[in-house]
Design a protein around this ligand. Structure first.
Ligand SMILES: [Zn+2]
Ligand SMILES: [Zn+2]
Length: 152
Protein backbone atom coordinates (compact mmCIF):
# COMPACT_ATOMS: atom_id res chain seq x y z
CA UNK A 1 0.00 0.00 0.00
CA UNK A 2 1.44 3.36 -0.95
CA UNK A 3 0.40 5.89 1.63
CA UNK A 4 2.50 8.59 0.03
CA UNK A 5 -0.13 8.97 -2.66
CA UNK A 6 -2.54 10.34 -0.10
CA UNK A 7 -0.18 12.85 1.44
CA UNK A 8 -0.23 16.51 0.56
CA UNK A 9 2.88 18.51 0.18
CA UNK A 10 3.27 21.47 2.48
CA UNK A 11 3.68 24.72 0.47
CA UNK A 12 6.20 25.99 3.01
CA UNK A 13 8.49 23.01 3.05
CA UNK A 14 8.51 20.19 0.48
CA UNK A 15 9.89 17.88 3.17
CA UNK A 16 6.56 18.12 4.97
CA UNK A 17 4.21 15.46 3.68
CA UNK A 18 0.93 15.88 5.46
CA UNK A 19 -2.16 13.74 5.66
CA UNK A 20 -5.14 15.56 4.13
CA UNK A 21 -7.12 15.68 7.36
CA UNK A 22 -4.16 17.32 9.09
CA UNK A 23 -3.39 19.68 6.22
CA UNK A 24 -5.13 22.84 7.47
CA UNK A 25 -3.82 22.37 10.99
CA UNK A 26 -0.35 21.88 9.61
CA UNK A 27 -0.62 24.95 7.39
CA UNK A 28 -1.62 27.15 10.30
CA UNK A 29 1.30 25.91 12.36
CA UNK A 30 3.80 25.91 9.55
CA UNK A 31 2.64 29.35 8.49
CA UNK A 32 3.80 30.72 11.83
CA UNK A 33 7.25 29.22 11.47
CA UNK A 34 7.69 30.52 7.92
CA UNK A 35 6.17 34.00 8.05
CA UNK A 36 8.58 35.46 5.50
CA UNK A 37 8.17 32.92 2.73
CA UNK A 38 4.43 32.81 2.38
CA UNK A 39 1.59 33.70 4.67
CA UNK A 40 -1.84 32.25 5.04
CA UNK A 41 -4.91 34.34 4.61
CA UNK A 42 -6.39 35.41 7.97
CA UNK A 43 -9.82 34.38 6.66
CA UNK A 44 -8.85 30.93 5.43
CA UNK A 45 -5.69 29.03 6.34
CA UNK A 46 -5.88 27.14 3.07
CA UNK A 47 -5.20 30.37 1.13
CA UNK A 48 -1.43 30.56 0.87
CA UNK A 49 -0.22 33.90 -0.40
CA UNK A 50 3.16 35.60 -0.66
CA UNK A 51 3.43 38.45 1.83
CA UNK A 52 3.57 41.02 -0.98
CA UNK A 53 0.37 39.73 -2.54
CA UNK A 54 -1.72 39.56 0.60
CA UNK A 55 -3.33 42.98 0.11
CA UNK A 56 -4.38 41.99 -3.37
CA UNK A 57 -5.65 38.62 -2.15
CA UNK A 58 -7.67 40.17 0.67
CA UNK A 59 -9.57 42.34 -1.81
CA UNK A 60 -10.92 39.30 -3.59
CA UNK A 61 -10.82 36.68 -0.84
CA UNK A 62 -13.95 34.56 -1.00
CA UNK A 63 -13.72 33.54 2.65
CA UNK A 64 -13.94 37.07 3.98
CA UNK A 65 -17.69 36.99 4.53
CA UNK A 66 -17.52 33.59 6.19
CA UNK A 67 -14.72 34.70 8.49
CA UNK A 68 -16.67 37.80 9.51
CA UNK A 69 -19.71 35.66 10.22
CA UNK A 70 -17.66 33.31 12.44
CA UNK A 71 -16.25 36.24 14.34
CA UNK A 72 -19.70 37.69 14.95
CA UNK A 73 -20.79 34.29 16.23
CA UNK A 74 -17.89 34.16 18.65
CA UNK A 75 -18.69 37.59 20.01
CA UNK A 76 -22.31 36.60 20.51
CA UNK A 77 -21.30 33.40 22.29
CA UNK A 78 -19.26 35.23 24.89
CA UNK A 79 -20.46 33.99 28.29
CA UNK A 80 -22.84 36.29 30.08
CA UNK A 81 -21.85 37.86 33.35
CA UNK A 82 -23.35 36.19 36.37
CA UNK A 83 -26.80 37.70 36.63
CA UNK A 84 -27.08 37.09 40.36
CA UNK A 85 -24.60 39.85 41.15
CA UNK A 86 -26.47 42.31 39.00
CA UNK A 87 -26.91 46.01 39.58
CA UNK A 88 -28.49 47.07 42.84
CA UNK A 89 -28.89 43.54 44.09
CA UNK A 90 -28.12 43.05 47.73
CA UNK A 91 -26.55 39.64 47.78
CA UNK A 92 -26.10 39.74 51.53
CA UNK A 93 -29.81 39.10 51.92
CA UNK A 94 -30.65 35.51 52.61
CA UNK A 95 -32.52 33.98 49.70
CA UNK A 96 -36.16 33.17 50.39
CA UNK A 97 -36.77 29.68 51.63
CA UNK A 98 -37.92 27.35 48.92
CA UNK A 99 -37.04 29.51 45.95
CA UNK A 100 -34.49 28.23 43.53
CA UNK A 101 -31.17 29.86 44.19
CA UNK A 102 -28.57 29.29 41.49
CA UNK A 103 -25.76 30.29 43.86
CA UNK A 104 -26.58 27.76 46.56
CA UNK A 105 -24.67 25.08 44.70
CA UNK A 106 -21.85 27.52 44.39
CA UNK A 107 -21.84 27.99 48.17
CA UNK A 108 -21.09 24.33 48.61
CA UNK A 109 -18.07 24.29 46.38
CA UNK A 110 -14.63 25.46 47.30
CA UNK A 111 -14.21 27.80 44.41
CA UNK A 112 -13.50 31.46 44.08
CA UNK A 113 -16.49 33.35 42.85
CA UNK A 114 -15.89 36.49 40.93
CA UNK A 115 -17.60 39.63 42.11
CA UNK A 116 -19.20 41.55 39.27
CA UNK A 117 -20.72 45.03 39.22
CA UNK A 118 -19.91 45.67 42.86
CA UNK A 119 -18.81 48.85 44.53
CA UNK A 120 -15.45 48.92 46.25
CA UNK A 121 -17.01 48.43 49.68
CA UNK A 122 -19.14 45.57 48.38
CA UNK A 123 -16.09 43.92 46.86
CA UNK A 124 -14.26 44.18 50.18
CA UNK A 125 -17.22 42.67 51.99
CA UNK A 126 -17.43 39.99 49.32
CA UNK A 127 -13.79 39.04 49.75
CA UNK A 128 -14.21 38.82 53.53
CA UNK A 129 -17.26 36.63 53.24
CA UNK A 130 -15.52 34.47 50.63
CA UNK A 131 -12.60 33.99 52.96
CA UNK A 132 -14.70 32.90 55.92
CA UNK A 133 -16.75 30.70 53.60
CA UNK A 134 -13.59 28.98 52.41
CA UNK A 135 -12.26 28.57 55.93
CA UNK A 136 -15.51 27.01 56.99
CA UNK A 137 -15.50 24.64 54.01
CA UNK A 138 -11.91 23.67 54.68
CA UNK A 139 -12.74 22.86 58.30
CA UNK A 140 -15.67 20.77 57.17
CA UNK A 141 -13.49 18.98 54.67
CA UNK A 142 -10.96 18.21 57.41
CA UNK A 143 -13.74 16.81 59.57
CA UNK A 144 -14.95 14.66 56.70
CA UNK A 145 -11.46 13.36 56.09
CA UNK A 146 -10.98 12.42 59.74
CA UNK A 147 -14.34 10.71 59.78
CA UNK A 148 -13.40 8.64 56.73
CA UNK A 149 -10.01 7.78 58.21
CA UNK A 150 -11.47 6.65 61.55
CA UNK A 151 -13.95 4.44 59.75
CA UNK A 152 -11.19 2.53 58.04
ZN1 LIG B 1 4.94 22.44 6.68
ZN1 LIG C 1 -8.30 34.32 1.58
Amino acid sequence: MDNNQQLKECPYDKMHQVRPERFITHLVRCCRSHPTIQVCCPHNAAHIVSPGEMDEHLKGCDSKALSKYMMDQQVQQKPEEQPYFGKGENWDDDPDEGTYDPTSRCEQALIIRKPINLTWAQRKQFRLSERSRHEKLEKENEKEKKKVLSQN
